[in-house]
Design a protein around this ligand. Structure first.
Ligand code: SAH
Length: 350
């Protein structure tokens, strides 16, 4: 959402993201170039090269052809906002005009974490999330997902990534996995990559059954009680929680890694000690790790007090369910979880 006090700074045309990789390969084949050329271009882009010009192991003629025939970007970076905590939010536009936002979070320990969008907007309508209130555009391509990362990679190394921006990653599972599989080239290992889902069953099933890379999984749960969860997240009526949790447990068995469970803490809605106990009973001790997320204002709810969050966590601790409270970043520029949206309606609610 672009409504923070820090106004977006317009960027010039100079900010280019890497190429549409499919188009690049086609073009290089058309030029009669060997197959390894596309890999060379990708290696440069993944390393943060600013454009074709920098790719010194490519023949000049090839660089010149690509320059005119394959835009170095699938996204135009339109604007950027910086938070007082060092978080940066970038607003992009796809070539067909859809808005996309991504966030870079910087931590003192050197962690540089990128939060990317998998769709422009989101067709789901979780009541606490701003993205669901803007118009849904479409699924992003894998190049459009990678372009968000490379935008930040050109200014500094990055080492963590979460699919927690706009959209539901498992509604766009092919592009998301394709992008995730290329991330190690950019400096982000699979173990430092997390895909967050509402529990979109078809995509989740594919992820759990087919993906052998150690990519991490996060489930946006928010409530253990099915009626409350349906109220907060209408998608809960479509894919029952028992099926979703079953797949998460299977992921735990297959990978031996815990699944993160995210709970946005809403005052008087899902934050009582009794609800914490119900959550602990539902999840058990072995397969999950709970992340309690302070609610970032989107106009719909009040966030739980610190005391309520602490009491909730104490119940989980007592039940020996691992739990942490998430650090909130970028709230002053509406770059925090659930605040990404570009529709005017969402803006006025910030
Ligand atoms: N659609 C996926 C990916 C988006 S992730 C999913 O929902 O998991 C966005 C994360 O931020 C999720 O955990 C989501 O529940 C959380 N979130 C959404 N709105 C929020 C808000 N207003 N405050 C804090 N967290 C929020």
């Amino acid at each position: 959402m672009g409504a923070g006090p820090g106004v977006y700074i317009r960027l010039g045309w100079g900010y280019l993201s890497p190429v549409d990789l499919k188009r690049l390969e086609e073009r290089l084949t058309g030029l009669g170039e060997p197959a390894y050329r596309a890999r060379q271009v990708w290696a440069w882009a993944a390393g943060g090269a600013p454009g074709y010009d920098a790719m010194t192991n490519l023949p000049l003629a090839v660089r010149a052809s690509l320059e005119t025939e394959v835009p170095f970007s699938t996204l135009d970076a339109e604007a950027e906002q910086r938070s007082s905590d060092g978080t940066v939010k970038a607003l992009f536009r796809t070539h067909d005009g859809h808005p996309v936002e991504a966030v870079l979070m910087r931590y003192r320990d050197g962690r540089r974490s990128v939060c990317v969008s998998s769709q422009s907007g989101c067709p789901l309508t979780c009541t606490f999330c701003a993205t669901g209130r803007m118009a849904f555009g479409r699924n992003l391509t894998s190049s459009e997902i990678l372009d968000q990362v490379l935008h930040f990679r050109r200014t500094e190394p990055v080492n963590h990534l979460v699919f927690m921006g706009m959209g539901e990653p498992f509604m766009n599972v092919d592009a998301v996995l394709d992008a995730a599989r290329r991330l190690p080239d950019v400096g982000i290992t699979h173990r430092r990559t997390t895909i967050s889902t509402v529990g979109w069953l078809p995509g989740l099933e594919r992820f759990v059954e087919e993906v052998s890379e150690p990519i991490r999984l996060a489930l946006s749960l928010h409530a253990a009680d099915p009626a409350l969860r349906s109220e907060l997240m209408p998608v809960n009526d479509r894919y029952p929680l028992t099926d979703v949790l079953g797949l998460c447990r299977r992921h735990r068995e297959r990978t031996n890694r815990r699944v993160f469970v995210e709970c946005v803490m809403l005052a008087g809605v899902n934050d009582s000690p009794a609800q914490a106990r119900a959550l602990a009973a539902l999840l058990g001790r072995d397969a999950f790790k709970v992340n309690l997320i302070p609610y970032n204002p989107t106009g719909m709810y009040d966030g739980s007090s610190r005391a309520a969050v602490a009491a909730f966590k104490a119940e989980l601790d007592a039940a020996r369910v691992p739990a942490t409270v998430r650090l909130t970043r970028g709230r002053d520029i509406a770059a925090a979880c659930g605040q990404l949206a570009t529709a005017p309606r969402a803006r006025t609610r910030a």
